[in-house]
Design a protein around this ligand. Structure first.
Ligand code: CO8
Length: 261
């Protein structure tokens, strides 16, 4: 049997954290259809697993993912990509995952790799990370959300320059521009990411999912509609046992024991 293209581990420590690793090291984790299909299945399964609260996705030291598999894509025709519903077919799963996904990026996150990292809920980058949308250099354009998520993350001017020149962006530039939440030394990347994932996993899962859902609403709605979504979801937390437990524990000066309901 061939090696899995994405390796999944449900960790014992930190508890309730699942780690997904892209596993095509010979081609810098280039994203081919087989990998995307496996990833879709894994994300759906983890989203349904009550013992998983947070998902971390990573690559290897050299590459998170260097983009779509160019060799596989080179001879696609318009009919092929349109009829197959290329990209949309497999990537809705990532967009629809309700649990937080953290991208732990070391090395290259280019093209579809950068776009997938942006599809995650936030990115923690190693200091050796390099981001970019180099599609223009191979005669195409970003196709997995880059032209939409990048300007929302870094503003129009930087998104335009980065996509029009295809230049690579250092971890430090990415942090300054707001693309990544934090830069850490490369040899500490997984330690830092897992500590963050573990902290999030220790909270009430419905509250965590509501944070994700309401922050995402900020990008799909007007301010007024977004505030309405937030207010409704905030009110709804008072129907959760975990809201009672969390607030009572604070008042009683003890640690909360969340039941995730
Ligand atoms: N696709 C296929 N193979 C790749 C890719 C890729 N994206 N990136 C690297 N490889 C392969 C190389 O061909 C090479 O293979 P081989 O050893 O057989 O020659 C191997 O990985 C190692 O790569 P290099 O020898 O080039 O390593 P370097 O350290 O010299 O350079 C780079 C590393 C800078 C990452 C370089 O490989 C590079 O520029 N790669 C291409 C980056 C790129 O243009 N990405 C954008 C692709 S287009 C895209 O992503 C569209 C997004 C929308 C669709 C998303 C659907 C999933």
């Amino acid at each position: 049997m061939s090696d899995p293209l994405v390796v999944v581990e449900k960790l014992e420590a930190p508890a309730k954290v699942a780690l997904i690793r892209f596993n095509r090291p010979k081609v810098m984790n280039a994203l081919n259809d087989a990998l995307c299909k496996e990833l879709e299945g894994v994300l759906r399964e983890l989203d349904d697993d009550a013992n998983v609260h947070v998902i971390v996705v990573t690559g290897n030291e050299k590459a998170f993912a260097a983009g779509a598999d160019i060799a596989a894509m080179a001879e696609f025709t318009y009919g092929d990509v349109y009829n197959q519903n290329y990209i949309t077919k497999y990537w809705e799963a990532a967009k629809n995952t309700r649990k937080p996904i953290i991208a732990a990026v070391s090395g290259y996150a280019l093209g579809g790799g950068c776009e997938f990292a942006m599809m995650c809920d936030f990115i923690i980058a190693a200091d050796n990370a390099k981001f970019g949308q180099p599609e223009i250099t191979i005669g195409t354009i970003p196709g997995m959300g880059g032209t939409q998520r990048l300007p929302r993350a870094v503003g129009k001017a930087k998104a335009m320059e980065w996509c029009l020149t295809g230049k690579f962006i250092t971890a430090q530039e990415a942090e300054t521009a707001g693309l990544v939440s934090r830069v850490v030394p490369a040899d500490k990347l997984m330690e830092e990411v897992l500590a963050t994932a573990g902290k999030i996993a220790s909270f009430s899962l419905p509250a965590v999912m509501k944070v994700k859902e309401t922050i995402n609403a900020a990008f799909d709605t007007t301010l007024q509609q977004g505030l309405q979504v937030e207010r409704r979801e905030f009110h709804a937390t008072f129907a959760l046992e975990d809201q009672k437990e969390g607030m009572r524990a604070f008042v009683e000066k003890r640690k909360p024991n969340f039941k995730n309901r």
